[in-house]
Design a protein around this ligand. Sequence first.
Ligand code: SAH
Length: 201
Amino acid sequence: MVRYQIEDRNVGDPKVLAAMRTVPRHRFVPERFRDQAYKDRPLPIGLGQTISQPYIVAFMTELLQLGPEDSVFELGTGSGYQAAVASMVAGSVFTMEIYKDLADPARERLESLGYTNVHASHGDGYHGWKEKAPFDAIIVTAAADHIPPPLIEQLRPGGRLIIPLGSPFSVQQLVLVTKDLKGKVSERPIIAVRFVPLLGH
Ligand code: SAH
């Protein structure tokens, strides 16, 4: 998976590649898809939601340039896979999921696999996680037609945010948002992607 799907597509950060080699993706997909866990595609995780394609998880993690002290917020826990990968290259990950029936199993899964620096909560991530802000990096794993203002507020100066922006029912642009040390926000489109829609708020 890592050599052909990820390295061959130019994700080169050794820490991200090591995380992708270590996190057991088969433990994050439903039993009946386990034999497909390492394939080059997203997979259903119930409630119409998906675990992202491995390459996209690796690419988004690399774009955030996470360091060992960084605190990360993720909107859209889903299976918990992206949170687990990010937790191996960051200091701590705070992740929020709007469906309780995904949030609870993901929290248990992350706990039982020993990801002690991931904190998973049930709620609408559009509003971020105020008590734990500010964050050095923010990952939005659901498609939105705008950047949720609370997430911009909760991004630390010097921080990075990655979000699929565009129509939730077609193709979106993965956009890298940066906030400089003076608080100025800039956006840079990266690649076309397809994510499930942002719900709630
Ligand atoms: N990062 C996940 C993939 C998630 S798919 C993984 O690695 O498995 C996107 C997830 O975002 C879905 O589980 C969906 O229920 C959730 N979601 C959508 N809108 C949300 C919101 N406003 N707040 C929190 N979670 C949300």
